[in-house]
Design a protein around this ligand. Structure first.
Ligand code: UTP
Length: 234
């Protein structure tokens, strides 16, 4: 039996600007799930908090002082988004775990009975990138895909620097140089969460960053059919 594969789906992917794009994206995600299951493969999907996480943390920010407590708001949002994806796949009869696990160890156990396991965050102090890498570790996977809303990891922020250069391949040490090792603030964005990078380094897990707005790119990466994005070798 093949080991489960794991992807982190950035929460921003669930809410593209145009509703028509959303419909197409969810439709393709359903096709991907059917394709995985049809080949008796297993997939762990770790969903980010996106807009509800940012909004919730922003609402409470000046009233709640402990970052761990603000992180709990973010975690609730990730589980909301995970439940949305879970229900969308259950509706078409996919063999998806009907509960949202709160630990990666628990999620790994669900693969005994289900082809697809969907979860959000686990505990304060990191983002769902770190959850996805931990789930990959607990499933003995050697790779973890991080599907986000940029095409690559860049040497500088491409939103503010038009000369930013994409990496196609890099080592995990190079990524540590870019992301640092500090815990992110609640709701803070980074191309990859530094905590995820350190878990990957410790457990020899490769990270593949790609543009999750294109479900085809996720499918190609899962199928090992050519990869478009940044491969971070551990
Ligand atoms: P995300 O994983 O959604 O942040 O967690 P992200 O990497 O910025 O991803 P997207 O692409 O926008 O979805 C949102 C917030 O939830 C808390 C943190 O505060 C994080 O910033 N969180 C999430 C945790 O504290 N623990 C977790 O396991 C997951």
């Amino acid at each position: 039996m093949r080991l489960p594969q794991v992807i982190a789906l950035g929460g921003s992917l669930l809410r593209p600007e145009e509703s028509e794009n959303r419909k197409i994206w969810f439709g393709k995600l359903r096709q991907l799930a059917v394709h995985i299951e049809g080949n008796s493969r297993k997939l762990g999907i770790v969903v980010g908090g996106g807009l509800p996480a940012r909004e919730g943390i922003e609402l409470a920010k000046n009233l709640v002082s402990d970052p761990d407590c603000l992180d709990e708001i973010g975690i609730a949002a990730t589980r909301l988004n995970a439940t949305i994806i879970q229900q969308i796949l259950l509706e078409i009869g996919c063999n998806v775990a009907p509960m949202i696990p709160h630990t990666t160890e628990g999620a790994a156990e669900y693969f005994t009975d289900y082809n697809i396991v969907i979860m959000g965050g686990t505990k304060p102090g990191h983002t769902t990138d770190a959850v996805a890498v931990s789930l990959a570790r607990d499933c003995s996977a050697t790779d973890c895909i991080i599907a986000t809303n940029v095409s690559h990891i860049y040497d500088t922020d491409p939103r503010t620097n038009e000369n930013a250069k994409p990496f196609f391949e890099m080592t995990i040490d190079q990524l540590v140089e870019i992301c640092g090792t500090e815990r992110l603030a609640p709701g803070q964005s980074a191309v990859v969460d530094p905590i995820a990078v350190s878990i990957a380094a410790k457990n020899n897990i490769n990270i593949a960053v790609l543009d999750g707005r294109e479900i085809d790119l996720i499918e190609h990466a899962l199928d090992g059919k050519g990869f478009e994005g940044t491969l971070v070798r551990s």
